[in-house]
Design a protein around this ligand. Structure first.
Ligand code: IMP
Length: 179
């Protein structure tokens, strides 16, 4: 837990997020229009709000699964070593898969996870991230769809936490320390 004091300044409103998800889902539906069933894989825990809104806009046959990879822990620095803490329930060989992430920061997490899932021979594997901080990138990786590109700020809300707090904020806000 952090005991620093901070305030949260709104960066992306709940309304803007909803509008962007609608537009993204039109593109995803076009890409997977012929699917018999799309496995939507949420990366825990930060994507849980995003995936909930996303699947309700996707009128395709879907299945939801989750995967947990280690990331920041309780600190604000990303770790370069990615570990799988919880794997998928479903086998994805020969299936259509969409991986859903909250933020691509250094890129280590999503590039590791997509490489891992690709090695299981899915039919099609695509990825989507709500937020992208391109200026922080350490590995060459871009999600197939991105909600918003943001500057190098630490953000919370809409499922995203700072030391496990603020996930329930309906919008994306940036953390500003006041101490
Ligand atoms: P990456 O491996 O550096 O791309 O890190 C991705 C993960 O770091 C995300 O899934 C988040 O869990 C976490 N993360 C990156 N930036 C932020 C942030 O601004 N706020 C909270 N978590 C973040």
């Amino acid at each position: 837990m952090t005991d620093r004091t901070y305030v949260i300044d709104e960066m992306i409103s709940a309304k803007a997020i909803a509008a962007r998800i609608e537009a993204l889902c039109r593109e995803i539906k076009a890409e997977f229009s012929d699917t018999d069933k799309l496995v939507v894989v949420g990366l825990l825990r930060g994507s849980f709000v995003f995936i909930a809104d996303l699947v309700r806009e996707l009128d395709l046959p879907i299945e939801v699964d989750f995967l947990e990879a280690s990331s920041y822990g309780n600190a604000m620095e990303s770790s370069r070593e990615v570990r799988i803490l919880k794997d998928l329930r479903a086998a994805i060989e020969g299936r259509d898969v969409l991986v859903v992430e909250d933020i691509v920061d250094t890129g280590h997490t999503l590039s590791h996870v997509t490489r891992l899932l690709q090695s299981r021979n899915p039919k099609r594997l695509k990825s989507i991230a709500l937020l992208d901080k391109p200026s922080r990138r350490e590995v060459d990786f871009k999600a197939d769809w991105t909600g918003f590109e943001i500057p190098d700020e630490f953000v919370v809300g809409y499922g995203i936490d700072y030391a496990q707090r603020n996930r329930n904020l309906p919008h994306i806000g940036k953390v500003r320390f006041t101490d």
